[in-house]
Ligand binder design. Structure first.
Ligand SMILES: *Cc1c(COP(=O)(O)O)cnc(C)c1O
Length: 374
């Protein structure tokens, strides 16, 4: 895999901020609450293994990932902790999870019976740890019917091929100022919870937004902490977070080429930008193939604490910026993060790109070198 180490562009990850964010959330929860750190999609672009290790040190009990491959990467790195795959795993591959002690999400009776058949047929011995997904209104995966859910629980408890480790639901609107739909989902969750005499070791209903804005309503012992762990606001700019969250990542590069552009001269593909007067123009080594979106054309970056506009179209691997005065090659350029008294946030970038901060973060790919600070 390409590391991008030999280019002057990096994603600087402050793991101390990550720890503070986790501890801020933990301090706001009832004593004894557990945190599962959501590290899917390369830990939202921050690097799977280093983030998982830091989250554990900060007090997380285990990890959530999206797919089994991510769980196995954690195992390969030596992390032998509770690891839950949040998506649906093909039954044919599920024995790999059982063997690795990875917990799987199950959302239907069909899946369980098929697994049970396979286990008997192929002599899969090691019990599979299961978290039952309850669909209270997200409409993505999980049981929608309490009777079927109860049947699934019976199955899990009666067959030695299974271990009933958890149950959870996921909210669709926990990041919205309007609580109506949240409350509807919450009431559904209560029906599922109340149908059991005995709860599994892990019950979880809260994502980041629920942990921030519906804390008082959490009736579960575990929180799945995703984007707030990285210091970003799950609502974008809609709601204020009442916990002190600090963004973990700074995306920086440096000037690699500088020249004076004469009035009337144009820049980049399509020649869409033309200098009105003589100006200093710098080139920086980052582009849309790194996950810095092409639609950031017209946005800004920070040089020496000052906002500088991106001049012309963002290219695949490079782009140009207009400087207020001459700066030498190697001058740092901040694309996301702080410089002097100014800051560009993931939320600012998301606004420009007409998307959400989650997508901005998960787009930064492995061509950008990541450096970790503890
Ligand atoms: C991704 C995901 C999360 C984390 O979401 P955040 O908004 O980042 O906290 C939690 N639970 C499930 C089921 C998810 O898919």
């Amino acid at each position: 895999m390409i590391s991008g180490r030999l280019r002057n562009t990096e994603y600087v990850i402050n793991l101390r901020a990550l720890r503070n964010n986790i501890q801020a959330q933990r301090a706001a929860l009832p004593a004894g609450s557990k945190i599962l750190a959501v590290v899917k999609a390369n830990a939202y672009g921050h690097g799977l293994v280093p983030v998982a290790q830091a989250a554990l040190r900060a007090g997380a009990t285990g990890m959530c990932v999206a797919i089994l491959d991510e769980a196995l990467e954690l195992r390969d790195s030596g992390l032998d902790i509770v690891t839950l795959v949040l998506g649906i795993t093909p039954v044919e591959e599920a024995n790999v999870a059982a063997e690795a002690g990875v917990s799987l999400t199950v959302g239907s009776l069909d899946w369980l019976t098929k697994y049970h058949q396979f286990a008997r047929q192929f002599n899969w011995k090691k019990p599979l740890k299961v978290h039952l997904a309850v669909d209270t209104g997200m409409g993505r995966i999980g049981f929608t019917n309490v009777a079927e859910f109860d049947q699934a629980v019976k199955l899990l408890r009666s067959y030695p091929e299974f271990e009933f480790e958890g149950m959870f639901t996921h909210f669709a609107t926990a990041d919205s100022a309007d609580d109506t739909y949240f409350n509807h989902q919450y009431d559904r969750w209560e029906e599922f919870i109340n149908s059991l005499d005995e709860l599994p070791p892990f019950t979880h209903m809260a994502n980041s937004a629920t942990g921030l804005w519906h804390r008082d309503k959490i009736t579960a012992n575990t929180v799945r902490m995703g984007i707030s762990m990285f210091g970003y606001n799950p609502s974008g700019k809609e709601l204020r977070a009442d916990l002190k969250l600090q963004p973990v990542g700074t995306l920086r590069t440096a000037i690699c080429f500088i020249k004076k552009l004469k009035a009337g001269e144009s820049v980049s593909y399509g020649a869409t930008y033309t200098a009105k007067k003589d100006e200093w123009l710098a080139t920086v080594p980052i582009g849309y193939a790194d996950g810095y979106p092409r639609c950031m054309t017209g946005f800004k970056v920070l040089v020496d604490g000052q906002f500088c506009p991106i001049a012309g179209r963002v290219c695949m691997d490079q782009m140009m910026i207009r400087l207020p005065k001459y700066y030498p090659v190697d001058t740092p350029v901040v694309l996301m993060g702080k410089s002097g008294n100014n800051e560009i946030t993931a939320e600012d970038m998301a606004e420009q790109a007409n998307t959400i901060n989650y997508e901005i973060l998960t787009n930064f790919n492995n061509r950008i070198h990541r450096s970790y600070h503890y």
